[in-house]
Design a protein around this ligand. Structure first.
Ligand code: SF4
Length: 482
């Protein structure tokens, strides 16, 4: 599609003209200091602007320049910047920054290739620093820029790096610097990752809405309240993700039911904030072994009944299943076992899968079933980056894939593939090798519904822009009322 980018960005600018100025831009205007812009940019990753602003102020009061930073210990830096996301890692990066900058005469360099050699500085940060601090041409591609320019079909790319390269080739240079703050504000307010507000978007009618399932406007044919909106997320430790803003993230989902896997916590280890999120009742099934496995559900729908486990001791001691009985369906949250190193737990996993399927089929005799969670298997070759290399590895063995075939044959529909047949759609990335940035991943988190619900699946998606775990959330909207 031929996008009139000047017109699109003009309309976006109009739509977000009242948005708050991003904290990094604000610091650039107020200080005109590349050191402060660089530090604030590092702090801002995966952190809300208010938190970044407060942490920056505390740190700059003690370390107004590179020399000031050089005399602070790593623990002191960590204390000053807490609670920004990944504050310990960022503290270590900031601690190493003064010595690394010596290669550039003790100053923050301007060039991308130089900036990316600094600790904690990736391409996104480097582009932001170059554009904001030095007003030099650079395109900072974050998740919103990548997502929205693909929705517009202005680019056709699989990851942010490809988007940056494509934009460098096509986007007029006058838009390079402002596009990031414009599309971040637009992505947070109107063109949101889940159910974008197309009904109030100035681009409606111009935008091709590629891959988008817009929200239904209040008062539309299907009232918003008739949709059951659900999220499933393996958080890889709920206490760890709490420190990265889990409660705020949970509320921003605005979901009716949020299913969590790998809580890795006993109920008595949870903070009151985690157990009692406003508007939700939470249900927990923890493993007997501390710090291992565990599932939870937050629901603002009152269930008719709640069931914990499968009724088989060898599985239930690992805290892997919670079921909510709702009026029109059963909602089952599952953390499937991992087959483990050298496939030591493959037999256990296959027995669990068989038990889970029997359980689901028993429920289904009463009413339809939603199965969600971390299935710990990539079903088809399209569902991981390197299928050939992983045939003998946990999560992609013929036995595990065949077990997933068994769910499909029994009439459970992989809802994501109803809407999306594209490769490169993943929900888990290794923490190693910068895999997430390169989108080298696996799709192992699913919402499956029993066939009777297929026509009621209004949308199903993956939310890769939401970080905090090595998995990202997956979503579904079900029309259950009519
Ligand atoms: S019409 Fe919808 S998809 Fe397109 S830019 Fe607007 S909110 Fe995003």
């Amino acid at each position: 599609m031929n996008v009139d980018i000047d017109r699109f960005l003009h309309l976006v600018a109009e739509a977000v003209r009242h948005a708050t100025t991003p904290v990094v831009d604000l610091i650039a205007v107020q200080t005109e200091d590349p050191y402060k812009v660089l530090v604030a940019t590092i702090l801002s990753a995966r952190t809300k602007d208010e938190t970044t602003a407060a942490a920056s102020a505390r740190l700059f009061a003690r370390a107004p320049d590179i020399d000031g930073l050089a005399v602070l210990g790593v623990e002191e830096i960590a204390r000053l910047i807490f609670p920004v996301g990944f504050y310990r890692t960022k503290a270590e990066h900031l601690h190493r920054l003064p010595s690394t900058l010596q290669a550039f005469g003790g100053k923050v360099p301007e060039e991308i290739e130089q900036l990316v050699t600094l600790p904690g500085v990736g391409r996104k940060t480097a582009n932001l620093v170059r554009s904001v601090a030095f007003k030099k041409p650079a395109i900072c591609v974050d998740t919103h820029v990548h997502r929205i320019t693909n929705i517009w079909r202005y680019v056709d790319t699989a990851n942010p790096l490809q988007t940056e390269m494509a934009l460098r080739a096509t986007l007029p240079e006058r838009h390079w610097i402002p596009i990031n703050s414009l599309l971040v504000a637009f992505g947070q307010s109107i063109c949101r990752p889940v159910s974008p507000h197309c009904d109030r978007c100035p681009l409606q009618g111009l935008c091709p809405q590629h891959g988008v399932r817009p929200r239904k406007p209040p008062g539309g044919k299907m009232a918003q309240s008739s949709l059951l909106k659900c999220i499933s997320w393996n958080v890889n430790g709920i206490r760890a993700v709490e420190k990265k803003g889990f409660v705020e993230q949970m509320l921003s989902f605005d979901a009716d039911i949020v299913a969590i896997q790998e809580t890795k916590a006993q109920v008595e280890q949870l903070s009151a904030e985690l157990k009692d999120i406003p508007g939700y009742t939470s249900y927990w099934h923890s493993a007997e072994r501390k710090g291992y496995s565990g599932v939870a559900i937050y629901s603002r729908v009152a269930p008719l009944a709640v069931r914990y486990g499968l009724g088989e001791a060898e599985f239930d001691c690992e805290g892997r299943v919670i079921t909510l009985e709702l009026e029109r369906c059963f909602f089952v949250n599952i953390y499937f076992p991992n087959s483990g190193d050298e496939l030591k737990r493959l037999d256990f996993k296959l027995r669990f899968n068989a038990s889970l399927l029997r359980y689901a089929e028993t429920l289904r005799k009463e009413k339809p079933v939603v199965l969600c969670g971390d299935f710990n298997v990539a079903h088809k070759e399209i569902d991981l980056t390197n299928p050939k290399a992983n045939v003998k590895n946990a999560g992609f063995t013929p036995e595990e894939r065949s077990s997933m075939d068994g769910f499909v044959a029994a009439g459970y529909v992989d809802t994501f593939r109803i809407f999306n047949q594209e490769p490169g759609q993943y929900t888990w990335w290794s923490y190693r090798f910068n895999a997430r940035a390169k989108n080298i991943g696996w799709r192992i988190d699913y919402f499956c519904v029993s066939e009777e619900l297929r026509q009621r699946v209004h949308s199903a998606g993956i939310l890769p822009e939401i970080t905090g775990s090595d998995h990202c959330p997956v979503s579904i909207e079900l029309a259950l009322e009519s």
